[in-house]
Write a protein that binds this ligand. Sequence first.
Ligand SMILES: NC(=O)c1ccc[n+]([C@@H]2O[C@H](COP(=O)([O-])OP(=O)(O)OC[C@H]3O[C@@H](n4cnc5c(N)ncnc54)[C@H](OP(=O)(O)O)[C@@H]3O)[C@@H](O)[C@H]2O)c1
Length: 272
Amino acid sequence: MPIPAFLYGTAWKEDRTPALIELALRMGFRGIDTANQRRHYDEAGVGQGLAAAYRAGVATRADLFLQTKFTYRNGQDHRLPYDPAADLATQVAQSLASSLEHLGTDHVDSYVLHGPASSRGWTDADAEVWAAMVKERDAGRTRLLGVSNVGLWHLEQMLAAGAEAPAFVQNRCFARLGWDREIRAFCRDRTIVYQGFSLLTANPEVLRHRLVAGIAAHCRATPPQVVFRFAQAVGILPLTGTSDAEHMTQDLASRALSLSADEVRAIESLAG
Ligand SMILES: NC(=O)c1ccc[n+]([C@@H]2O[C@H](COP(=O)([O-])OP(=O)(O)OC[C@H]3O[C@@H](n4cnc5c(N)ncnc54)[C@H](OP(=O)(O)O)[C@@H]3O)[C@@H](O)[C@H]2O)c1
């Protein structure tokens, strides 16, 4: 399964998770992002939505790119997918085994460290978790690995410590940071795919901006569609977690918009 051009995000959907996953697949999404973190995601509900879509003949497992995450204890509530007394490598193995059960599959396509243990740097705990994730990949339980919520310093320290580079970096993408310009450049130089979330919610000033409104009018599109098309044009793999069928269609259709190189440059430097 090649990496799809858009990922459908499954956070904060609670009871609506199964129906929204099935709807997203019906509307054409083939990439799903989730996490074994019950506080924000209902991964078992994602699995129910996938099963319903398989039963209805909407898609098969082989058509899909499934991504989930390992989340440290401090990012979880009381509903843990592992024994908190176990060592970190065991927690990773238990969390992924639970994810595979939730998702009804024997492997995911991408397994992501939800966030490093410290905002200050890549710690021994991260190195231990990453080594356990590499072991899971080598055992065939995930095809690819990623890290999320990282600063440039995490990535630099991770690689300087000799760790294998991730296939993905997934970050909240702020326009005022040049759309995470430094990390995107780091990723580009190492053929790491940069996944951007909160492209709309982190950037209300962009959605309101005259320039974006003008481009949207000229393309007969909406400002969110322009943002998603811009993201793809600069090499960002976008996520959307829309709950609205029409927005699902619009988000996927944004791929067909044509932005000029000047328009892309102007949006890139709009806010930072
Ligand atoms: N790694 C992490 O720590 C992390 C953190 C946050 C999120 N994520 C992932 O990223 C996914 C996306 O999260 P997000 O933070 O980007 O927020 P989101 O849940 O995707 O919210 C996007 C907002 O934009 C609206 N929207 C989407 N398409 C639109 C359109 N075409 N026109 C107008 N409004 C539109 C949605 O409203 P409607 O529902 O009404 O369309 C919603 O209010 C999550 O589900 C999760 O999988 C990861």
